[in-house]
Design a protein around this ligand. Structure first.
Ligand code: PEP
Ligand code: MN
Length: 265
């Protein structure tokens, strides 16, 4: 790998610069799967900020398995993310699904997310490599570590050095209990292969809120640089990924538990 030398990614947010990477506190990204309305996104932002999150996540453009499922509110959701950013000062992370949406999303996002289903969308990788915002590159659900790193290389080679690698669970033979298998072995493996910061997403990794705390702790024990946790004010009513979403209270309790590692702030 020719371009994997940045050991941290510094993201500028209204609350100041946040560095993600080896020698920094573990940065926590939290928020709903989808931005649904102004009240829920602003409320979630304020609650996760108070609990210790540094970034708010929320999808405006959603990659749904079914074309009949909620697809995200698009540009109007970006405006709601801006309202939540103003209210909380949190940095915003949201997904870019299509090169055509890059420009408008770039006006609102502090970090651009490339979803698992687009990990090898090479024209999209080149596009985000050509702009200045940091990129969160999720691992494809059936991608090898080499394929994932080569996808990152597309962004780096296009001129953007600020890539964060996010493990979000891979497909295996048994999906009866957990949605995916969260591959925490990537943590020690990637550290031998790249200096790029690593994020672990136990929400998509397990698909069930009750499994999220254990895997978040395991990720810290295994050396993650950052975490992504889905949080929704009313998971039972969520338009997407409710079963894996923590309530703001559960998220607050989890962040307090994570503090015993002494690596979060
Ligand atoms: C998400 O973060 O809501 C998402 C769709 O994630 P993934 O691409 O990992 O499935
Ligand atoms: Mn989701």
């Amino acid at each position: 790998y020719r371009h994997g030398q940045a050991s941290e990614v510094v993201v500028s947010t209204p609350n100041g610069d946040v560095a993600i990477g080896r020698d920094n506190p573990i940065a926590i990204v939290a928020g709903p799967c989808s931005v649904e309305n102004e009240e829920m996104i602003v409320e979630t932002a304020m609650r996760v900020k108070a609990a210790g999150a540094k970034f708010l996540r929320g999808g405006a453009y959603k990659p749904r398995t079914s074309p009949y499922a909620f697809q995200g509110h698009g540009e109007s959701a970006l405006e709601l993310l801006a309202a939540a950013r103003n209210a909380s000062g949190l940095g915003i992370i949201t997904e870019v699904m299509d090169t055509a949406d890059m420009e408008v999303i770039g006006e609102y996002a502090d970090v651009l997310q490339i979803g698992a289903r687009n990990m090898q969308n090479f024209s999209l990788l080149k596009k985000v490599g050509n702009q200045s915002k940091p990129v969160l590159l999720k691992r494809g659900m059936s991608a090898t570590i080499d394929e994932w790193l080569m996808a990152a290389e597309y962004i780096l080679a296009a001129g953007n050095p600020n890539v964060i690698l996010c493990e979000r669970g891979i497909r295996t033979f048994d999906r009866a209990y957990a949605r995916n298998v969260l591959d925490l072995s990537v943590l020690p493996v990637l550290k031998t292969l790249t200096h790029l910061p690593i994020m672990i997403d136990p929400s998509h990794g397990t698909g069930k809120s009750e499994y999220v705390p254990a895997m978040a702790k395991a990720a810290i024990a295994a050396g993650t640089d950052s975490l992504m946790i889905e949080v929704h004010p009313n998971p039972a009513k969520a338009l997407s990924d409710g079963p894996q979403s923590l309530t703001p209270d559960a998220f607050d309790a989890l962040v307090k538990e994570l503090s015993v590692f002494g690596k979060t702030v």
